[in-house]
Design a binder for this molecule. Structure first.
Ligand SMILES: [Zn+2]
Length: 685
């Protein structure tokens, strides 16, 4: 009996068997895959022949690919259907997977084989992508501790395992405290101002629990519109307080308090950096990135802050004056800002996000998105079929002009319980050429939008449309790659601070008339977006962009400084992480936060995700994406010629060469800041 007959996680013939995978399959499948990956590494270690690509790299490719795919599916399930069983299975396997990668990264014989390959006569004959794989491997061996003495190796391994477990716990704590938070409203008058469909969804949520009235949650499709539209100030403050105290000492349960988790994570990261010979975690984190030093990143962020702050201050003054004069709010607080901003926007530009939302139905938006991609990249997007983890998930294929398969993707758009919040793209299958066969790339695209309510098709806010384009940009990076070598195809091996280039690039299309008008149809009348309304959107585009930018810079500066200048245990410039945050807020923030604000405790990007000493990447890559789009602005935003060049020089290359080289090959020069400032309305006129 083949193992696949009993364990669907071991079926690699086609797409993941989400129709069959159960929590009890996780442990045996991951154990088996770890074992075969370990055996593959041992076979390379034991090989005494002169090192070549064929006997050093190739023998482990398939075993690692299978482990990646199966573990990726488990990780994905844990994020989108986080049932207790799935979560337990994931958490039980996680330390084994982490230990395996730490072990092989430190394996001196494997390291030796790669070194021999890099120094041998055959190295020059490898193609550029293959050489990059070998160079990346040598770098990762060093960062994995392969050059350390034995006791340090063991300690590093223990540190990395504990870090992986703590990251998972950080996320679990946030998700649990978010799930536990609810506010029930019996009197609908308390919801005055909140859009009807949000109220309807809240009523459905209460009914699903067998209750009358309305259930409000902190999930985005509920939280954001309540903060923007609820006339009841006390309700806004209540929701704000809930969202700002998640997973903290002020949250629902002390079991979910992330305060100690954060302290321990910072301590371990610092130790990890010191073991590897770096002064701090920020130095270590930047080794595989485009940016060279923390000082360079801090200077970049502070330069932007200096340019953005005058705009942010002016916006804030305007907003508080408006709140006082027009809304009677004398002391405009953090929970009034989104509300006051919506009102001021409605007064000044005569439209609201909810009004716009009526124009963007799911099907129209998807058709519009696909049309952009089809026009500039010469591909087609067609529905496909695949087993999924939830009936709401859709599946598509990208085909080239001749009809050949390029890649496939899952689309999981709606928010639901036990699904991690936010929006992201993840790889399901990476492109590679193996066993005389091309393995096509597959991506997971996950969002948390409002789904259909009362049988009406889902309608998205313009912000949600922009998020979808953003994630789809990541998806194209994964799917339009032409690299055949595992490890540097798609997003693999791309410098972290360049990863947001293709995604932020796509957002620009949400501000193009041709694109927007074609993908709009009013929910009642079917009319397209009126040109006059679009003009008002454009006028409003940079409304609040100064405040939004300094908020992002606050996050990025905190992240870089807490990893560069706070020394856990004392001796650094800042005694505690909170002291870092306070100092950064004094430096750049224009909005004061209440004392109970526990922002750090749910800052998953930095404490649970991969953005540690890397949050600046968003702004860093936005310089690249704005500058890349400016070439389209010069030559036609839907130009197939420039599109082909962008695909050839940037998207298709994956991690096979440095991102800066790819950028220069596309743009014809190094990146410049101008386009970013112009797109944000931050140019002196
Ligand atoms: Zn992104």
């Amino acid at each position: 009996m083949k193992p696949t007959d009993t364990n669907p996680l071991l079926d690699f013939d086609a797409l993941p068997r989400f129709d069959l995978i159960r929590a009890e399959h996780v442990a045996p499948a991951i154990d088996a895959l770890l074992e075969s990956a370990r055996r593959a590494v041992e076979s390379v270690d034991a090989d005494a022949r002169p090192a070549t690509w064929a006997n050093v790299v190739a023998p482990t490719e398939t075993a690692f690919d299978h482990l990646d795919r199966a573990w990726g599916a488990v990780k994905h399930l844990n994020a989108v259907v986080s049932t207790p069983a799935v979560r337990d299975a994931y958490n039980a396997a996680l330390p084994k997977v982490t230990a395996f990668y730490t072990d092989v990264a430190q394996d001196p014989r494997w390291f030796g084989r790669f070194r021999a390959l890099a120094q041998g006569p055959g190295f020059a004959e490898l193609d550029a992508a293959q050489r990059k794989v070998v160079e990346n491997a040598l770098r990762d061996f060093r960062l994995g501790g392969a050059e350390l003495a034995e006791p340090d190796k063991a300690r590093l391994k223990a540190v990395e395992e504990e870090l992986a477990t703590l990251s998972a716990r950080f996320d679990d704590n946030v998700l649990d405290s978010e799930n536990a938070w609810a506010h029930y409203v019996d009197d609908a008058r308390e919801l005055a101002g909140v859009p009807a469909d949000v109220v309807a969804a809240a009523r459905e949520a209460a009914r699903a629990e067998g209750r009358s009235g309305h259930k409000l949650t902190l999930r985005y499709p509920c939280f954001v519109p309540v903060m923007q539209y609820a006339d009841d100030r006390a309700l806004r403050e209540l929701m704000f307080r809930g969202a700002s105290t998640l997973a903290s000492d002020l949250g629902a349960s002390p079991d979910w308090d992330n305060t100690a988790v954060i302290a321990r994570i910072l301590e371990l990261r610092h130790e990890q950096a010191r073991l590897l010979g770096y002064a701090n975690f920020a130095d270590l984190s930047l080794v595989p990135k485009m940016a060279q030093t923390p000082a360079e990143v801090l200077a970049f962020l502070r330069d932007l802050a200096q340019r953005a702050r005058p705009f942010a201050l002016r916006e804030h003054d305007e907003l508080t004056a408006f709140a006082r004069d027009a809304l009677g709010i004398a002391d405009c607080a953090a929970w009034d800002l989104a509300y006051a901003a919506e009102k001021l926007k409605a007064q000044r530009f005569a439209f609201s996000e909810q009004e716009l939302r009526q124009y963007f139905s799911e099907d129209r938006v998807l058709a519009g998105l696909f049309q952009v991609v089809e026009t500039i990249y010469g591909v087609t997007v067609v529905p496909g079929s695949a087993p999924t983890w939830h009936p709401a998930v859709r599946f598509f294929e990208i085909r080239d002009a001749g009809g050949a398969l390029v890649g496939q993707f899952y689309l999981d758009l709606y928010a639901r319980e036990s699904k991690q919040s936010g929006a992201w793209m993840d790889d399901a299958v990476n492109r590679r050429y193996a066993h005389d066969r091309l393995q096509h790339p597959v991506a997971y695209l996950t969002c948390n939008f409002s789904g259909p309510v009362d049988g009406r098709p889902a309608h998205f806010t313009h912000r949600e449309v922009t998020t979808l384009f953003h994630e789809f940009g990541h998806g194209l990076h994964q799917l339009l790659t032409r690299v055949d070598v595992a490890g540097v195809s798609g997003l693999q091996g791309v410098e972290w601070d360049a990863v947001e280039l293709p995604s932020q690039f796509m957002e620009n299309y949400c501000w193009e008339w041709d694109v927007l008008s074609r993908m709009s149809a009013h929910a009642q009348t079917g009319a397209r977006l009126p040109r006059a309304l679009f003009e008002r959107m454009l006028a409003a585009r940079n409304f609040g962009s100064g405040m939004a930018m300094v908020r992002q810079l606050e996050f990025a500066l905190f992240d870089m400084l807490v990893h560069a200048e706070h020394v856990p245990g004392g001796g650094g410039r800042y005694p505690t992480p909170q002291a870092v945050l306070d100092a950064v807020r004094r430096e750049v923030a224009v909005v004061s936060r209440p004392r109970y604000d526990r922002f750090m405790q749910s800052f998953g990007h930095v404490f649970a995700g991969g953005y540690a000493a890397g949050y600046y990447s968003y702004k860093w890559a936005e310089v690249l994406s704005a500058d890349a789009f400016s070439l389209f602005e010069e030559r036609g935003v839907l130009s197939p010629e420039i599109g082909a060049r962008f695909r050839d020089e940037v998207l298709a290359r994956g991690g096979s060469r440095p991102a800066l080289e790819s950028f220069v090959a596309f743009r014809g020069r190094p990146p410049q800041l101008d386009a970013l400032l112009r797109h944000n309305g931050m140019v002196a006129t």
